[in-house]
Design a protein around this ligand. Sequence first.
Ligand code: ZN
Length: 295
Amino acid sequence: MPELPEVQSLAADLRERAVGRVIERADIAEFSVLKTYDPPLSAMHGATITETARYGKFLDLLADPPASPANYGKLHLITHLAKAGWLRWRDQLGDTPPKPGKGPLAFRLKFEDGAGFDLTEAGTRKRLAVYLVTDPMAVPGIASLGPDPLAPDFTVEVLAGLLKGRRTQIKGVLRDQRIIAGIGNAYSDEVLHAAKMSPFKLASSLTDDDIADLYNVIIATLQSAIERSAGLAASELKAEKKAGLAVHGRAGQNCPVCGDVVREVSFADSALQYCATCQTGGKPLADRRLSRLLK
Ligand SMILES: [Zn+2]
């Protein structure tokens, strides 16, 4: 799943490619993908892309529509790529609009010069979402976002305030978009590994020193992921993300810091990975799902 660093890089890549281009048409290939109906997608026809932006894990393309009686003002085409979604840029898209069907194609934006991009989603659970709005705050997932960890006003005091009194596991706190924007399952594993902190530690139990360490690690982890992916095209980002991860998605491999085996705890629809030597004093965490199966 694309998280803050990947979406940041997608926004930068699209800024280079799309700003100044004029939209010929937007097509839906998967009906459930479009979450808004006013303005209609046709309001984008003839609009010029002026900028790109990121809110948490949401990607925004800003466009100025041509003067029309409807007069929508600035348009925001906002995408959430969900777990298995991706953006593929094409210098030349075909002339035939996509047909709704069973393939991975969910949405296509085509520019007047023939270039454009596809939003695709692998698998059968369709979660990718597209919104066309005149104000990003009209997207519920954006309106409810917590502070962005890379914003200049995200200080260690802000983080301390977010964690204070929260008697929930730090892993869940880090990936809750309403508390902190942009960190998902992968980077929360990476942050906790770099901070040498158990994913099950209660947020409310962190000392001032723990919070200061965690703060520095969050910023450093996200920034180094962004630096690694800077200048990469959308097509290269996935491989780069995977190569840069120390523990996430690496169960059974060796921890790059201490050499211990990377372990995993499974949940109904996700799993976390961690290193017991680095993070939990050498003691493996209970995997409730596994132990239930063994009973
Ligand atoms: Zn380790």
